[in-house]
Design a protein around this ligand. Structure first.
Ligand code: ZN
Ligand code: ZN
Ligand code: ZN
Length: 357
């Protein structure tokens, strides 16, 4: 099933009308595929969609990449190697107010600014409003992605050997299992063993995993364009009392966050619910990041589950609930699920501390 790209453009054009925006320029990044189904190659050759308040959007694309474009609610303008795509795209309108995609390269933006003396704002002020609220097909893809990583999680205890192997070796195993379980691409596979687990964005190193290590496994990829992202923390062999207790706290915090993530709650309510459990256990100072991030065509997008974000959760908003504790020099623990407001958790794999070999 495909998406109603023209319908999405129509909603963007409505927002543009309301906010007095004459032109939206979208280049590399996830906004362009959201409105066209086409993902631009990030290169010195400009790809840009010019959306005006009314009429059909115009995509300017390098001639050699044009065969990959399937026009669906927009027109394609292929530019040749000797043409100036900025001049051609700028000729479409003479705007007073331009909204530009977050990832437009400054080398192109500064050239547009020579053609147009306009006020410039980030297009994400409008595009996030649309992308944050997932339609049923998007939720379905997120669910398929989540189910894929759940199957990988379930296979780990029996199929992935940890002790005596490096984090990188385990990380590669997780990525190939993610592909085996139906993802188009395995994008990240954090393996943080022992003290490395205490660094939340540690990737994977040549550290050899030891008996007794806690190991944070946080991985995901894309299924039909939509991301999975889940974390479970395993223990190699028998856990200590301290490891078991800390894990129980994080599990309870994850559950509290998921329960709070209902339609009508605010994003900060979710963060507060998760954080309260860890605070009450006396581990608050070791929970050093927000509770979650939105997810969709990007692995981190709006809405963010963080103190101060009073955005109200609506049906179809998709985001992670991923509390953790990070004890410097010792170990880290994180339990992460993708939730959809009005639906619940898409991830259902075992959350309790599980022993691996
Ligand atoms: Zn992260
Ligand atoms: Zn993650
Ligand atoms: Zn995440």
């Amino acid at each position: 099933m495909s998406f109603d790209y023209r319908g999405r453009v129509n909603r963007l054009q409505e927002l543009m009308g309301e906010r007095g925006v004459d032109v939206v320029l979208l280049s590399v990044g996830a906004d362009l595929p959201y409105f066209t189904g086409y993902e631009a190659m990030a290169s010195e050759r400009l790809t840009v969609l010019v959306v005006t308040v009314a009429g059909t959007p115009q995509l300017f694309v390098p001639q050699l990449e044009a065969p990959r474009v399937k026009p669906d609610g927009f027109e394609v303008n292929a530019w040749s190697e000797t043409e100036d795509p900025v001049r051609a795209a700028a000729a479409v309108a003479s705007p007073q107010r331009v909204a530009v995609g977050d990832h437009m390269w400054s080398v192109f933006m500064t050239r547009f600014q020579k053609h147009w003396s306009a006020e410039w704002i980030p297009a994400s002020e409008m595009t996030t409003e649309l992308r944050m609220r997932k339609d049923p097909e998007e939720v379905d893809r997120l669910r398929k992605a989540a189910e894929g990583v759940d199957r990988v999680m379930a296979r780990i205890p029996a199929e992935v050997k940890f002790s005596g192997r490096t984090e990188l070796e385990v990380s590669r195993d997780l990525q190939s299992l993610t592909i085996e379980e139906g993802h188009d691409a395995a994008e990240h596979a954090i393996v943080g063993s022992g003290p490395n687990g205490a660094s939340p964005h540690h990737h994977a190193s040549d550290r050899v995993i030891q008996y007794g290590d806690m190991v944070v496994c946080d991985f995901g990829g894309r299924w039909g364009g939509y991301w999975s992202d889940s974390t479970r923390t395993f223990v190699v062999g028998e856990p200590t009392a301290k490891q078991t207790e800390a894990h129980e706290v994080v599990e309870a915090s994850n559950e509290a966050g998921r329960r709070a993530a209902v339609v009508g709650a605010t994003c900060q309510d979710v963060d507060r619910a998760s954080r309260a459990v860890i605070d009450d256990a006396g581990l608050g100072e070791y929970f050093i990041h927000r509770t979650g991030h939105g997810i969709g065509l990007e692995v981190h997008e709006h809405p963010y589950m963080v103190e101060g974000n009073e955005e109200v959760l609506e049906e179809g908003m998709a985001f992670s609930v991923e509390p953790g504790v990070y004890l410097p020099g010792e170990f880290g623990i994180r339990v992460e699920d993708i939730c959809v407001a009005g639906v619940g958790s898409l991830n259902q794999s075992e959350r309790r501390l599980t022993t691996v070999a």
